[in-house]
Design a protein around this ligand. Structure first.
Ligand code: COA
Length: 260
């Protein structure tokens, strides 16, 4: 697939994905969603090992300002449900990615943009970031998992308040609520996300992917998270990296993990 709205750059095994529709504040139109689906469903699984993936927005104003409202007018009949289903499935691919995915939130993260950031494993917000679920202003509700993930991250009371009022919150408030992992100066979100991925890259890759899998299991219907943790622990304890990690500790040296 040729990517028109996503800019991809891979350096030092870190894939940076930039939503590149600056004039529309990087709103998620159909084409962008198709590209995102292809990226996480087909492309990334074939890329071999990555240290991690960063999602960010082009320009200084927006991460992603939501689904593209200009495409909403032809959403009749079953189309709305189908659009939401496609979005939910796509965002599950992000959440279930075995590599760490970090949102570098460099401005507005509204509606589908906030949902996109929440599907990532962490959010690093620049001080000018604004988060919100303003769909109620348009007569709809969050449809890409926002009612669920916002509740998971900030609790029921604040989740309902934000989605009923459509109020936007700034980076500090998002941090206070547990929506943003860190707040950094304007212009620093991408660097901070790279630093976070480099920190994680020093750990054992299988353990990293198993942490993601086991934590996700807490929120998955029909999954016993404790059972998922046991299975993940069992897999990790059979890896060469586990032997290396334990030996390195005892020998007082830095572990050299190979992802095996
Ligand atoms: N879908 C489509 N276009 C969007 C958009 C969206 N979600 N958000 C912004 N844009 C477009 C605007 O229409 C405008 O395009 P134009 O110049 O062709 O008119 C351009 O991006 C710049 O936006 P503008 O509204 O002029 O910037 P602003 O600084 O005055 O306001 C926002 C910024 C984010 C507060 C405002 O754009 C907004 O409320 N956007 C919609 C957010 C939303 O409801 N998202 C959830 C959708 S489900």
């Amino acid at each position: 697939m040729t990517y028109e709205n996503l800019l991809l750059s891979e350096e030092n095994l870190i894939l940076i994905v930039t939503f590149n529709r600056e004039k529309a504040l990087n709103a998620l139109n159909r084409q962008t969603m198709l590209e995102l689906r292809h990226l996480f469903g087909e492309d990334i699984p074939k890329r071999g090992h990555l240290k991690g993936i960063i999602l960010t927005g082009a320009g200084e104003k927006a991460f992603v300002a939501g689904a593209d409202i200009k495409e909403f007018l032809d959403l009749g009949g079953e189309k709305g449900r189908e659009m939401a289903q496609f979005g939910q499935e796509t965002f599950f691919l992000i959440e279930r990615c075995k590599f760490p995915v970090i949102a570098a939130v460099n401005g507005f993260a509204l509606g589908g943009g906030c949902e996109l950031a929440m599907a990532c494993h962490m959010r690093i917000a620049a001080e000018n970031a604004k988060f919100g679920q303003p769909e109620v202003n348009l007569g709809i509700i969050p449809g890409y998992g926002g009612t669920q993930r916002l509740t998971q991250l900030v609790g029921k009371a604040k989740s309902i308040e934000l989605s009923l009022t459509g109020d936007l919150i700034d980076a500090q408030e998002a941090h206070r609520l547990g929506l943003a992992n860190h707040v950094v100066p304007v212009g620093e979100a991408l660097n901070a996300a790279i630093a976070m991925i480099e920190k994680i890259a020093a750990k054992a890759p299988i353990a990293v992917s198993k942490v993601i899998e086991a934590v996700n299991a807490y929120f998955e219907d029909g999954f016993d998270g404790y059972e998922a943790e046991l299975n993940a622990f069992g897999v990790c304890s059979n890896t060469a990296d586990f032997k290396e990690g334990a030996s390195a500790f005892i020998e007082k040296r830095k572990a050299e993990f190979k992802g095996e």
